[in-house]
Write a protein that binds this ligand. Sequence first.
Ligand SMILES: [Zn+2]
Length: 460
Amino acid sequence: MDLIIKGGTVVTATATFRADIGVRNGIITHIAQDLTGAPPVDATGCFVFPGFIDAHVHFSLPVGGFVSTDDFYTGTIAAACGGTTTVIDFITPERGQSLHEATDLRRAEADGRAVVDYALHLTAVDAAPRTLREVASLAAEGYTSLKLYTTYPAVMVDDAALLQLLELARDLGIMPLVHTENHAAIEHLKARFLAQGKTEPHYHPLSRPPTVEAEAAQRVITLAGLVDCPLIIAHLTCRQTLAVVEGAQQAGQAVYAEVTPNHLLLSDELYDLPDFEGAKYVLSPPLRDSSHQAPLWRALERGALAMVSTDHCPWTFAEQKQHGRHNFTQIPNGAPGIETRVPLLYSEGVRRGQLSLHRFVDTCATTPARLYGLFPRKGTIAVGSDADLVIFDPEQEVTLSYTTLHQNVDYCPFEGWTVRGYPKTVLVRGQTVVQDGEFVGAAGWGQFLPRQPFHHRRSV
Ligand SMILES: [Zn+2]
């Protein structure tokens, strides 16, 4: 063994027990009491969690002349400091661009830069013959998930393309992740508000109400059912979409849903903050009124919601968000969150009794690994799995602030919130990348992760 994690309480999605963990060549080789024979890493008084997985992040995303402010280096440092050891970002081709070319460009941005391991979702923006061929060949190279959008003109696909792409995904065994909002409805509502001179962030959620999300989710789930393809609904935000998803699940359809900490913890009165600060919370689908939060937490606990990702997509408030100062539709959509997900879910979820310790690990690590073809290499603590480990001090209090977080952006949506429980030491494949809360890793330590198709996965 190269090192031994000593004296901690190991927690997986299904078990909690006291044990030491032996690591050799980046792999977990022993889980047992009182291991000796290698340098110890002290975990006394701490939980030892599997490295957490954030399966929805956007580093260096170009939108409308701006680029999101975390790249694969700064963004994965923030991930590591927050206990996340695997991220999944996106390959987003421009219309008409080869998906292989877009993939090569994305890999060039990440390789040699990432400090934790990473994978990439494909995005299909049409169902042209070349696109279908490229998705198939990239799937064979380990890109086994496919992002689809029902809104945003640069990337959206119509129902005919959706059906073709979902059928292809089924045949290839790659998992669709779908952003579901009704594009025409959003455009109609935005145009009406702007014509009435209603330009403030207040109108952002009103232009994308819950039914706009639920309608598109229902339609996409129906189409997926027609071609017998499993799918994941991205960033579900409201009771209405939850009812659609649970209805399909109860009918036996393989439908999964993702939720973000923003939608579990923040609500739409933030859009009315003075001095344009509401723009900090302009993300899509938007924050809802607080009555949606308790149903989302309960759904997460009982399994109707499968996992928690962040949709991390930071834009500076001082400059980039100001682009929409006089027109809310021009505010770059998105917010930071990659570093605060795990502490917030533990503190607000586990500590407040809204989420069991096992569901916390399951929704933030194990289920994303299973659904996206990384299990059991990632997402659990087991002999043979990568030694991605988070030594987590359940008593450490931290007051969140953009000034001390590592996210490369000038605000934090949870500024001033105090969390109790924080990652202390974080290992990626046996290498310490965070020690006593300080980043000690290196650019390029993070590896690209080819993934399995879902045909070969256990219990999907
Ligand atoms: Zn996203």
